[in-house]
Design a protein around this ligand. Sequence first.
Ligand SMILES: C=C(O[C@@H]1C=C(C(=O)O)C=C[C@H]1O)C(=O)O
Length: 364
Amino acid sequence: MLEDYLTSGNPFVAYRLPGEKQAYSFQVGKVQPFSISEFTPEAFDNAFIAAPFQVSKSAFALWPVSGISLLETETYNREIRENKSFRLPQERDEVRQDYARSFSVIREALNAHAADKVVLARRLEVTDVPEHILPQVFSQLCQSYPNAFVYFFDHPQVGRWMGASPETFLEKENHTLKTVALAATRRSELQREDWNMKELEEQGLVSVFVDEVLKEYGISAYQKNGPEPVRAGSMIHLKTSYEFEACKIKDSVGRFLQSLHPTPAVGGYPKDMAMRLIGEAEKFDRGFYSGFLGPVNKGEFRFFVNIRSMKLGEEKAVLYLGGGITRDSKEANEWEETRLKARTLLSVLHSVKQNYSNEAIHLR
Ligand SMILES: C=C(O[C@@H]1C=C(C(=O)O)C=C[C@H]1O)C(=O)O
């Protein structure tokens, strides 16, 4: 199925929801650019939504040409497992120095108390990624990350993206809305659970922001659990879960999405200043990275943050990797954290490539 879309050049969407066995796919027909403040589950029923990082830019709704099909993801080679011995190759000095420069722009602003947290992202480019291995990479991501939202889609107006996101943005199921405050990163083999002040603060700021948005919408009765550690591939994050009644924002779901996006998990705190600083420090457009995406169906929707993702094109993959910077952040640790996040996709790309051609992956 995915092979057919790729060879025919037809736009498509494929996704696998967290915890589910089956994936879905469809060929894209109608497309509608829209502002996320206009979103209602009714008007966008059956669509797959992709919203960019910047709220001022258009989000896109992609509708199936006809039906949505089930996609088997376990029919591929079961023997390919995430390669635990995978070693991320060294990156070029230039890339390393660019990151250090961007980091110092953010740090100076934080030291001057312009903001309390800013998420700094960078890119990592992998060359020699042939198109024909992509269906298997998707399938392998589904198998390696059963609790992630795994997606692969292509449309000329959005680009070709694949990822395995551990982060819910906003979900509506059975009259209940759910969101999370997810932040702070550790290697999962470090089993220690004594999170330090820096980690508690960077996650706490996401929680503070969610509390503020809920308050702005007059929502005072909500369930809040956490923070608790959650595993995402070879990492552990801290997560606070929120739940409240969907009727509280019945006529303002779109405006609510706009207020919540981007949370300080991928933007920063306060939001507007963090957005400005990201614009100054990062030398590229994030596009759909750290935006949100997911399906809408029968009045319900499941939106996830577009992280642990890559933009695909011309035999290459560009990974986007971010991490929260606070006044206590150390540059070398933050750099290593972005490399750790790269493992989510690179270890799978690597094993699929090895399986096909016995070749390792190459970084540009
Ligand atoms: C921004 C990313 O991840 C986010 C940032 C985290 C952090 O700063 O520790 C942790 C989880 C995510 O909310 C990313 O993976 O690119």
